[in-house]
Design a protein around this ligand. Sequence first.
Ligand code: UD1
Ligand code: MG
Length: 449
Amino acid sequence: MLSVAILAAGKGTRMESSLPKVLHKISGKSLLQRVIDSCFELNPNQIFIIIGHKSKEVQDSITKNQKVQFVIQEPQSGTGHAIQVLCREVKKSEGKLLVLNGDVPLIKPNTLKKLLNLHDKKNADVSLITTKKKNPHGYGRVFLEGDFIDRIVEEKDCNNQERLNLLVNAGVYCFNWENLSKIISNLQSNNNQKEIYLTDTVSLLKNSFGLEVEDDGELQGINNRIQLSKCEDIFQNSIKEKHMLNGVTFLNKASCSISEEAEIGKDVIIEANTHIRGSSKIFNNCVIGPNTYIENSNVGLHCEISNSTVYDSKIMDHIKIGPYSHIRPNSKISSYSKIGNFVEIKNSHLEEESKVNHLSYIGDSIIGSYTNIGAGTITANFDGQKKHQTKIGKNSSIGANTVFVAPINLGESVTTGAGSVITKDSKDNSLAISRTKQVNIDNWERKKS
Ligand code: UD1
Ligand code: MG
């Protein structure tokens, strides 16, 4: 029987934030959700989340799951108090209780498994993860006696000698729940913070063991924004290194961010200040960036996208986008097309080899293959109440500054005159033109003022 308790009731004063600490995010996912997701990998029987400060906000943020139950800790009198509340609420204290601070978001399931194994092997009352830190400031210091942990002293309670100890408590513990419940009410708050510390249980329990782990970043706790940023860097570096080993080049790695779900093919070059978010997929041989943002989109083979943003769209193969294009949701750009400077595309399908090169808005449209949309063309898709569709057949040539007043349906191989306002449908192979003829008045003299 494995139960998990995640401590998430604190305010996180040092974050200087109106948002509860555990709801701050690392690469788009909250600290708390990350800890929960790691714990799910262990397939526990139940997960308790201890909430208190802004409890509703915290509760609402969590992905619903039958195994997850919430326990309210009010007031928040320390990490030991949080577990006292849990033990009072849950009468059946059997098996192992894995306790994690909600502010250690990069903890790996494999490390948790090692802790559980050690716990079983030693038949421990409590086993916890320790690590040596070059700069242990802020962490509880772990003092050993032989094989056992003797005590943990919080930074604020350390004397000068104790402060020199580099072995710290990572905030991840496995308890024999039955034995824990026998001593939990004996915890006191006679310390400098006047809090009930969970760390004091190691002195009250008999068999307390440490699993010392080489910290490659996964044990970074988050108490302030400096540590939040450090964690983000650690996490992003691990994502980018994975892609680099798979054949992706980053030209300025530090300025880019990649979501953990993103898939990137071989020989893709990611230029500076490029961000690939959500469940995006970039296929082989693309050059993405500089200054490009892609979210929840697919980009096919051999595409080049620079200085542009793409949301929730499908970009097929051999396409050039940018600079300064904005592809909005639900667009599909078919192969060998080109979207150029200052062009906005929304909810539209551009079929193969179509071109929208300059200064256009194409919304709710279907543009046929081999069609060229002249500079400054606008689809006027909104009548003040509803959006309407524009359809332009293949092989068409749309003159510069054409306005299509939708709904409108143009056949194939249609030409429009530059500057036309098109309000009527037109047939295949037609010319649609709507503008006043140019008048030239010779010898015209401007009025003198
Ligand atoms: C804690 C440990 C410290 C350890 C460090 C690792 C204690 C006393 N100290 O210190 O030894 O080195 O984590 O990161 O445990 N929380 C509650 N209820 C409360 C207070 C806190 O649920 O009443 C939650 C917080 O929301 C947070 C977690 O417990 O997620 C840890 O609290 P925090 O204040 O960050 O403890 P640290 O000072 O980091
Ligand atoms: Mg902390």
